[in-house]
Design a protein around this ligand. Structure first.
Ligand SMILES: C[S@@+](CC[C@H](N)C(=O)[O-])C[C@H]1O[C@@H](n2cnc3c(N)ncnc32)[C@H](O)[C@@H]1O
Length: 393
C-alpha cells in the first residue's frame, strides 16, 4: 500500500472491540491486516498508525468498533480520575472546536457512579484544553465528533476515543429487516467459521433479511465491509484525507468483483424474500445472490460440497416450541440427503441435535446479542483432491 511520503505518522494503541466469543476471529482478521495483536475479554489490542485506523474500520468484518486507547491508570478517587485524565495528551487528539461527549461504564470499581465519572472526565479534558488553547471560556464544540469513553474495571480506568462512529455492523446495505435479524458482524463470523470458499455453493435456508448471504458474498468477492459507509474519524484533522483515500483505493484494488458466486437464500416468508432482495440490491449483489420463497423441508439440490449456514427461529416464543421442534426434525430429514454439504445451524434450543436427528460434529458457543446460542456444525464429506478425481476417470 502506498504511504504518505515523508509524512509523519503517529503510533496509537488500538482496540478492536468484539462481542463475547468472537475475540479470536477478530484477532485473526487483525493479523491478516498485518498487525500483531493480543486478545483480552471483549477486545483485541494492537498498535498502528493512521493507516491502521482507516484499514481496520474498512476491513474488520467481525469487530464492533475501533477505539484509540488514550490512557489507562488506576483510579480509586475522583481526584485521581481527574488528575490522571488531565495529564493525558488531549491536545494531540482534540482540535479547539472538537465536540467531545463522554460516555462511561463501571464494573467492580470503587468509582461506581458512571454519571459522576463522565462529568469528572469531561471537566478534566476541558481544563487541559483550556490550558493548551489558552482559553478561559467554555468551548462551543461545533467541530468534528470525538466520543470519549471512560471504562472502569476493577479500579482501572481505560480512556478511549471511538474512531468508528456508528458500530461497524452498520455496513450501509440494510434498508429493511425482519423480526430477528442477525447483526452483520455475527453473520460474517458464522461464514468465517465455515470452510466455505467462493467456488463452492452456499445456502441460507432461513435467510430472513438476507444478512448471512450478503456477508458471504462480500467475503467471497473480498469486498471491504466498510467500503460503502463513512467513519467518524474521516473528519478528524490529524488523519490526512490521503490516508483514507489510499485505504479505499487499496480496498478497491483488492475487491474481486469478477469472482462468480453461487449463493442462495430461502425463507418460508415471501415478505422476507422481498426484503432480502432489496438489501442485496443495496449491497450491489442484485444479480449475484438468488433468493427464493421455500420451506426448509423442501430443500434439495444436485450440487455438491456446498455449505449451509442457517439461523432458524429458536422456539423461545410462547406457543411456538412444538412447531419449531417439528421444523428441526424436517430440516434434519431434508439435510440428510446432502451428505457432501457442511451445515452450520445457530440456535439457542438445547435439544436441537435430538430433533435434528444427529449429534453435531462440533458445537461452538456464541452469543446472539444476549441470547446464548450454539453453532451446531455438521461437517460434510471432503471434496476429492485433484489427483483422486483423475484416478476416478
Ligand atoms: C431468526 S430469522 C432469520 C434472520 C436472518 N438471519 C436475518 O439476518 O434477517 C428466522 C427466519 O426463518 C424463517 N422460517 C421460519 N420457519 C421456516 C421454515 N419452516 N422454512 C424456512 N424458513 C423458515 C422465518 O420466516 C425467519 O425469516
Amino acid at each position: 500500500m502506498k504511504r504518505i511520503k515523508g509524512g509523519k505518522m503517529g503510533n496509537y494503541q488500538l482496540i478492536a472491540t468484539a462481542a463475547m466469543g468472537l475475540e479470536a476471529l477478530v484477532a485473526k482478521e487483525v493479523r491478516s491486516l498485518g498487525y500483531d495483536c493480543e486478545v483480552e475479554n471483549g477486545k483485541v489490542i494492537y498498535t498502528g498508525d493512521e493507516y491502521a485506523i482507516a484499514r481496520s474500520n474498512l476491513w474488520l468484518r467481525t469487530a464492533d468498533r475501533i477505539k484509540i486507547k488514550v490512557g489507562e491508570f488506576k483510579a480509586y478517587t475522583f481526584d485521581e480520575l481527574f488528575e490522571k485524565t488531565k495529564a493525558l495528551p488531549w491536545e494531540k487528539f482534540l482540535p479547539e472546536d472538537a465536540e467531545f461527549p463522554v460516555v462511561g461504564k463501571s464494573v467492580k470499581s470503587t468509582l461506581f457512579s458512571v454519571s459522576d465519572c463522565q462529568a469528572i472526565v469531561k471537566k478534566a479534558v476541558v481544563e487541559k484544553m483550556k490550558q493548551h488553547y489558552k482559553r478561559s471560556t467554555w468551548f462551543e464544540e461545533t467541530g468534528a465528533y470525538f466520543r470519549i469513553e471512560v471504562a472502569l474495571l476493577k479500579d482501572v480506568a481505560t480512556i478511549t476515543l471511538d474512531t468508528s462512529g456508528q458500530g461497524l455492523h452498520k455496513r450501509g446495505y440494510r434498508v429493511d429487516q425482519g423480526e430477528a435479524p442477525l447483526k452483520e458482524t455475527l453473520a460474517a463470523a458464522l461464514v468465517l467459521l465455515t470452510n466455505w470458499k467462493a467456488d463452492r455453493p452456499f445456502m441460507d435456508p432461513f435467510c430472513g433479511s438476507g444478512t448471512i448471504p450478503i456477508e458471504a458474498a462480500m467475503i467471497g468477492q473480498n469486498i471491504a465491509p466498510g467500503f460503502n459507509r463513512e467513519f467518524v474519524s474521516e473528519r478528524w484533522n490529524w488523519i490526512p484525507s490521503k490516508v483514507w483515500q489510499d485505504a479505499r483505493t487499496e480496498a478497491e484494488d483488492l475487491a474481486n468483483y469478477d469472482q462468480p458466486l453461487d449463493i442462495l437464500g430461502t425463507d418460508i416468508d415471501h415478505r422476507m424474500v422481498k426484503i432480502a432482495q432489496d438489501n442485496a440490491f443495496e449491497a450491489g449483489f442484485a444479480d449475484l445472490i438468488h433468493f427464493k420463497q421455500m420451506q426448509v423441508r423442501d430443500i434439495s439440490t444436485n450440487k455438491q460440497y456446498g455449505v449451509i449456514v442457517g439461523n432458524p427461529p429458536y422456539g423461545e416464543r410462547l406457543g411456538e416450541k412444538k412447531e419449531i421442534e417439528n421444523m428441526y426434525k424436517e430440516m434434519g430429514q431434508a439435510f440428510n440427503a446432502l451428505d457432501t454439504w457442511s451445515k452450520y445451524i445457530l440456535t439457542s434450543h438445547e435439544q436441537f441435535e435430538q430433533f435434528y436427528g444427529r449429534p453435531a460434529t462440533k458445537k461452538r458457543k456464541l452469543f446472539n446479542g444476549f441470547i446464548r446460542t450454539d453453532l451446531y456444525q455438521y461437517w460434510g464429506k471432503r471434496p476429492p483432491r485433484q489427483n483422486e478425481r483423475i484416478q476416478e476417470k
